[in-house]
Ligand binder design. Structure first.
Ligand code: HEM
Length: 474
């Protein structure tokens, strides 16, 4: 196997941009620069044309996305560990659980990004901040819900609402407030530019050596946007510092930059670290949560029994009181619904690592430079691990936690696992619970006939045609 890996790397280097196999790409993680900041590593040459299928989706959640079909068929053909390349980038696909555990629980600097980032970013939110954050999320969500109520009033009893775009804007609002406090409006503007940049990056060719330096129209637009974003973030950070900001996410990043001074001095500047992390937080924390909320509402609209159960719990827990963190912890049914949603539709399709020094994992020598991809979606729908109903929506499986749901609990990894587990997972769960419980307490909803079920891979796995719901007020 080691010879195969080495030969493939050498071949890839020689062949350069020859596409050996599939036409898609997912950004990898760079040692010192958060993955979003590196054009080359973040471009998504996404030609994964999803195939829309009609509702109902009640039978199976085995995706029809080409991406998923490709990986499933390769797994059948080549087993759980195989190599492929996109452009000049070499990938080692690993879906063997023993090896996955070894890779993800590995804390050495030879693999992936150093763990100092997740350690320093780990808290993201101090306990004292939680209450204020819950209140803030409630306020932002209520603004969105009031606009839905007005729509329903205008349309009569039922209104058809495309919820995914509203949820994306809400999530940007929430993360911007968490990052930039009272300067959140400026932050949101920066996030809009980052999304434009993401859209541009998703269209360019990748894996072609030197392509990103070529001054064509799209590259010039990318450079211009990147410059604007970097300068706007620097200005905003300075403004927040001058105003003596309290303990918000930005403060955490600033602390992180100070603490990591030694490590950083050899690679990137503090400014660069802060800019990269602001971009990173936007990408890691905004799209992911918005997309999960959309999938959750789609599933609750499809499975009315679960919608009723989740709503009954929310009403029982809240009893017309204002939401607080302890109430969120009591929402067991809602938690299992979110867990099951993240199992079937994990926003991040892969966990990725780059090998910085030759390493040996389970007897396989993986050379420096190789990229490793662990397919979250495939492991989370593996019948051998989850049972014969692996494609079905059944939140009950999480009634006794992840341990009760899966033969190998580490196979559940919507937030990754190990040293580099998602730094914002608690924040994300809090946000999702607040948003969903408010929606459930105020609206009854079903899938609109115009909803088209088409999971699509666009950096995150999202509803390709959006989520359209028929909403009524309770
Ligand atoms: C449902 C929502 C979310 C999902 C599914 C998710 C998933 C993930 C995954 C799979 C990773 C990679 C872990 C690894 O490489 O082992 C990650 C990393 C990360 N996430 Fe999340 N995430 C979510 C929300 C958030 C939020 C709300 C924030 C911030 C407030 C956040 C911040 C981060 C950061 C800072 C990283 C580390 C990125 C890096 O190391 O480059 N995430 N997340």
């Amino acid at each position: 196997m080691s010879i195969v890996v080495e030969v493939a790397v050498a071949l890839g280097a020689v062949l350069g941009f020859m596409d050996l196999s599939p036409h898609f790409y997912f950004g990898n993680i760079h040692k010192s620069r958060p993955f979003y900041s590196n054009n080359k590593h973040n471009s998504n040459n996404n030609r994964d044309e999803h195939v829309p299928v009609p509702v109902p989706v009640s039978i199976s959640h085995c995706w029809t996305s080409n991406l998923f079909l490709i990986f499933t068929s390769w797994r059948k053909q080549y087993g759980s560990i195989y190599l492929f390349s996109s452009g000049s980038i070499q990938w080692l696909m690993v879906a063997d659980m023993e090896m996955v555990k070894e890779i993800l629980l590995n804390t050495s600097l030879n693999l992936g990004k150093p763990s100092y980032l997740s350690k320093d970013m780990g808290p993201l939110l101090g306990q004292d901040k939680v209450k204020a954050m819950v209140d803030q999320i409630v306020d932002s969500t209520n603004i969105m819900l009031r606009s839905w109520e007005s729509r329903i009033e205008r349309d009569g009893e039922v209104s058809e609402i495309k919820v995914d775009e509203n949820l994306r804007s809400l999530s940007a609002d929430i993360i911007s407030r968490a990052c930039f406090g009272s300067n959140y409006a400026q932050g949101k503007e920066i996030f809009t530019k980052i999304r434009d940049l993401q859209n541009l990056l998703s269209k360019i060719s990748v894996g072609v050596p030197g392509f990103r330096y070529f001054p064509n129209k799209s590259n010039r637009q990318i450079w211009k946007l990147e410059k604007e974003i970097n300068s706007n973030i620097s200005k905003l950070v300075k403004q927040c510092q001058d105003e003596g900001h309290e303990q918000d996410l930005l403060q955490m990043i600033l602390e992180g930059a100070k603490n990591c001074d030694d490590l950083l001095s050899s690679s990137i500047s503090q400014d660069r670290f802060i800019i990269d992390n602001c971009k990173n937080i936007f990408f890691a924390g905004h799209e992911t949560t918005a997309v999960t909320a959309s999938w959750c509402l789609m599933l609750l609209a499809t499975y009315q029994d679960w919608q009723d159960r989740a709503r009954a719990e929310v009403l029982e827990v809240c009893r017309n009181c204002n939401l607080d963190a302890s109430m969120l912890r009591s929402m067991k049914t809602l938690t299992t619904v979110i867990q099951e949603t993240l199992r079937l539709y994990p926003p991040a399709a892969f966990v990725v690592r780059t090998v910085f020094q030759d390493i040996n994992i389970k007897g396989i020598k993986i050379p420096k430079g190789m990229n490793i991809q662990i397919p979250i979606s495939i492991l989370q729908q593996d019948i051998g691990l989850w049972g014969s109903d692996a494609y079905k929506f059944n939140p009950e499986r999480f009634a006794n936690g992840v341990l009760g749901a899966c033969k190998i609990p580490q196979a559940y990894m919507p937030f990754g696992i190990g040293a580099r587990v998602c730094a914002g997972q608690h924040f994300a769960m809090m946000e999702l619970k607040v948003v969903l419980s408010l929606v459930l307490s105020k609206f009854r909803f079903s899938l609109s006939s115009s909803y088209c079920h088409s999971p699509a891979f666009r950096l995150v796995i999202e509803p390709g045609e959006g989520v359209v719901l028929n909403m009524t007020r309770i």
